[in-house]
Design a binder for this molecule. Sequence first.
Ligand code: ADP
Ligand code: MG
Length: 175
Amino acid sequence: MEWPLTVHTESPDGTKAVAAAIAPRCRSGDVVLLIGDLGAGKTVFAQGFAAALGVEGPVTSPTFTLMRQYECAAWAPVETLMHADVYRTGSLPEVLDLALAELVEEQAVAVVEWGDMAAAVLGPDTLSVTLRVPESSASDAATARDITITGHGNWAGRCDELASALSLLQPTAAP
Ligand code: ADP
Ligand code: MG
């Protein structure tokens, strides 16, 4: 398989399931960039991602705190999940440089909403996940999403594995 991988979901739970297929394949120091308009489902994705790492308690939008840190379950591949929302930040590079150094030291993975704004400072080993409401269903009540996933850096070796995990969710998806 080659990047990008594309999947379609029909509900928030479907988007959480996509996140849950990705989360176990993360390694310490990985950064997942979430890209998409307001309401696209970035926070919903982060919630599914956190649940799949055994994070307990609610995962809410970190908009006003920039970054929240959660402890993962003992069986998870990483000890810590960092959830950031960089939409409003004015001092992006400083904050993220610090956080990135911490990431590897603390056996952490980061999920960054509006990650395309921060891609330049987030290092080479990123997975970008773009969420979109399909044009055919653009209304406030629309629950369909197209999700496009592209790995960079050390994600290259995980493309096949990720593709098969995602195809289990969608056995009829086009190749
Ligand atoms: P963002 O963080 O991108 O601004 P949120 O995750 O906070 O967006 O909100 C997404 C909204 O869209 C939620 O109210 C969620 O219930 C709704 N929604 C409907 N369908 C989906 C779907 N397939 N995937 C994700 N969210 C969905
Ligand atoms: Mg959000």
